[in-house]
Design a protein around this ligand. Structure first.
Ligand SMILES: CC(C)(COP(=O)(O)OP(=O)(O)OC[C@H]1O[C@@H](n2cnc3c(N)ncnc32)[C@H](O)[C@@H]1OP(=O)(O)O)[C@@H](O)C(=O)NCCC(=O)NCCS
Length: 182
């Protein structure tokens, strides 16, 4: 539906179930994007989750990411939309390692910025990255996000505490760079 230079963001459907299930059960991928307890997910869990991602959903908006050729590569979304303060938290997962580093993630983030600013009239898109996830930081920087600080020892993972790096992009900053338009 929303098309970038390399990816299309569209609604999830039940045909995505096997791809979604494989990706959310891949610890090596999900350890970067989930800050909570990581547990194995069943087909029923994910089928229900897909069924709940409708245009009627309030407060959170999720999109499947597919290549322009129609191959599912992951998902992204606004996890917490705050209409009063006009802000939202962005999340993204390109779940298969072979599909990373090919420009799909940054293109999807740019499309999300278009949706957030040009369509939803958000003032700010924020996100957090577990310290050490340099690929994600590089991806967000490439899309114009700026570092805003860190929440110290916020995430317990793999027998250690990790900082959460906060990044954000304002509507006025996004508008200044025509390269970020689609
Ligand atoms: C983070 C993620 C969304 C980035 O998407 P991607 O498709 O892999 O990244 P892109 O190919 O669009 O590259 C974006 C930038 O990162 C750089 N990059 C890509 N892979 C990299 C790597 N392994 N190390 C360092 N930089 C890297 C690219 O050079 C590019 O920078 P540039 O535009 O200045 O050249 C994706 O890797 C992913 O889903 N990872 C696992 C889950 C995750 O970390 N989610 C984010 C949680 S906050």
């Amino acid at each position: 539906m929303y098309t970038g230079k390399k990816v299309r963001l569209r609604a999830y459907n039940q045909n995505d179930l096997q791809d979604v299930l494989r990706q959310v059960n891949d610890y090596a991928s999900i350890r970067h994007s989930a800050v909570g307890l990581i547990l194995p997910s069943t087909p029923d869990d994910q089928s229900r989750w897909i069924a709940n991602q409708t245009s009627m959903t309030q407060g959170a908006y999720q999109f499947a990411i597919e290549t322009l050729g129609g191959q599912y590569v992951g998902g992204c979304g606004f996890n917490r939309v705050d209409w009063k303060n006009r802000s939202a938290q962005l999340g993204i997962l390109i779940g298969d390692a072979a599909m990373r580093g090919r420009g799909f993630g940054s293109d999807a983030v740019r499309v999300m910025c278009f949706i957030g600013f040009a369509e939803m009239n958000l003032n700010k898109i924020g996100l957090t990255v577990i310290d050490g996830n340099d690929t994600a930081v590089r991806c967000y920087e490439a899309c114009g996000f700026l570092p805003e600080g860190r929440l110290r020892s916020e995430v317990w993972r793999e027998d250690d505490y990790h900082d959460l790096v906060c990044m954000g992009l304002l509507h006025e900053e996004w508008r200044k760079d025509p390269g970020m338009y689609h």
